[in-house]
Design a protein around this ligand. Structure first.
Ligand code: FMN
Length: 160
């Protein structure tokens, strides 16, 4: 039987959002955007500035940026595809906020990420180590423009 799935994602500048929507389209499931309560400005995202908001958050393992918008309805979902941009080789802290705010027991979480080149392996390891009770099913770095067929082939193995 086909499993219930959805695609949840955080995207500061739209790249991960595009990939998230393509995955959702490819397998016919809904998306949920993890919206920061306080949106990131271009200045916030300036990784070359030591004290930019993103750098301050990433330098503080305990940082948990607040999520705004509507809550996610993950009830009844067997599989959550969870996407984010890689920040300083790992997942942005708002992904920790999301993983700590919801109950993932009985669910499988499949990660995906976009980046300027960094692979997703370290993000997977970091999240697995932080949340040992969540069942992570690995993940994949994906690029904008990945053909739907390829996305479907990748994603459908987790839902069938
Ligand atoms: C604060 C910050 C840190 C980043 N760190 C990395 C990194 O470590 N490795 C990398 O390849 N790209 C890095 N990037 C680039 C983003 O991962 C990339 O542009 C991503 O596709 C943006 O996705 P979004 O538009 O969904 O936010 C960083 C970007 C920002 C803003």
């Amino acid at each position: 039987m086909r499993k219930n799935a959805m695609v949840c994602y955080f995207s500061a500048s739209g790249v991960t959002a595009t990939v998230a929507k393509d995955i959702a389209d490819a397998i016919g499931v809904v998306t949920y955007e993890i919206e920061p309560k306080v949106k990131y400005t271009a200045d916030d995202l300036n990784w070359q500035k030591d004290d930019s908001r993103s750098n301050r958050e990433m330098n503080d393992v305990k940082s948990r940026p607040e999520i705004g918008g509507e809550p996610a309805n993950i009830d009844g979902m067997d599989v959550i595809f969870l996407g984010f941009p890689i920040w300083w080789y790992t997942a942005p802290r708002i992904i920790n906020t999301f993983l700590e705010e919801y109950d993932f027991s009985g669910k499988h979480v499949v990660l995906f990420a976009t980046s300027g080149g960094t692979d997703i392996e370290r993000s997977i390891k970091d999240l697995q180590n932080s949340y040992t009770r969540i069942h992570f099913d690995g993940g994949k770095k994906l690029d904008v423009g990945t053909p739907k067929q390829e996305l479907r082939a990748w994603a459908s193995k987790y839902v069938s």
